[in-house]
Design a protein. Structure first.
Length: 233
């Protein structure tokens, strides 16, 4: 594991003003990484982060706004998430089309790494959560675009599929990781999801991984990097 301050690139965080996104920003700043946030509300971003980050205001539905946001960034982490059944904040508009637009514009702009907060059960079309605008199916489509575009040579991606999200400090629990969408339940702190995505910028074993993760027993952790070695093939 590399020490704080060793990732020299700039990271765009989409969904930065959300509950997981705020933790992504906090953990990036902890490691001394340069952060740009993409927000639809500059006042909200400014109130949360002050001058510690660069703020680009725009809509995830606008290719021009997204292109402006990713320009000059080396990595993107998306913690975007829909909040209504229909309209601009629906799963189709945010979880699928918004993330796909971000992926495409990021690749065009020369971004090298893409980190995504997805969800447990995204491959299960019959899951009851799909009653909410097909949210899991939309996330799955976005995941596919991330894997397709960011598995190209000299690019990488990390897709984290968390269980139910909770608030709380990072590094307070052991983690349970899996692949193949076999976990049916479990919770995880948003801060640990954020930490995993931040580590994915420089932990080599995190590259080109899609995995599920939930908290295990409460036990202080000095790093979460080792969990990237425990993901089954
Ligand atoms: N809740 C769970 O138990 C659970 C479990 C597994 C996975 N997940 C997924 O994990 C991710 C993070 O969850 P969270 O609880 O941290 O989410 P959250 O607090 O609701 O944050 C969602 C973010 O998406 C942004 N957003 C929503 N609609 C938008 C739009 N129309 N245009 C631009 N941005 C928009 C919000 O912007 P504003 O700040 O401007 O509102 C916010 O920054 C989501 O994708 C969620 O589906 C959640």
């Amino acid at each position: 594991m590399e020490e704080p301050g060793v990732y020299n690139g700039k990271v765009l965080v989409a969904g930065a003003t959300g509950r997981t996104g705020q933790w992504v920003v906090r953990r990036l700043l902890y490691y001394g990484v340069a952060v740009r946030v993409f927000s639809r509300e500059s006042d909200k971003a400014l109130a949360l982060f002050g001058k510690s980050v660069e703020i680009v205001t725009g809509k995830i539905q606008s290719s021009a706004d997204v292109a402006r946001a990713v320009e000059g960034c080396d990595a993107v982490i998306s913690a975007l998430g829909s909040s209504s059944y229909s309209g601009e904040s629906s799963p189709a508009s945010v979880d699928r089309d918004g993330v796909m637009r971000l992926v495409d514009e990021a690749a065009k702009a020369g971004v090298k790494h893409f980190g995504l907060v997805s969800s447990l059960a995204v491959t299960k079309w019959y899951h009851p959560l799909n009653l909410f605008g097909g949210v899991l199916l939309k996330k799955w489509e976005a995941e596919e675009q991330v894997r397709k575009v960011f598995s190209q040579e000299s690019h990488s991606y990390t897709i984290v599929r968390p269980g139910g999200l909770k608030d709380g400090e990072p590094l307070r629990h052991k983690l349970r990781v899996d692949s193949g969408d076999r976990l049916w339940s479990g919770w995880i702190n948003r801060s640990d999801v954020a930490e995993l995505l931040v580590l994915s910028l420089w932990v080599e074993h995190a590259k080109n991984k899609t995995f599920e993760v939930v908290n295990d027993i409460e036990q202080e952790q000095s790093t979460l990097a080792q969990y990237y070695d425990q993901i089954p093939k």
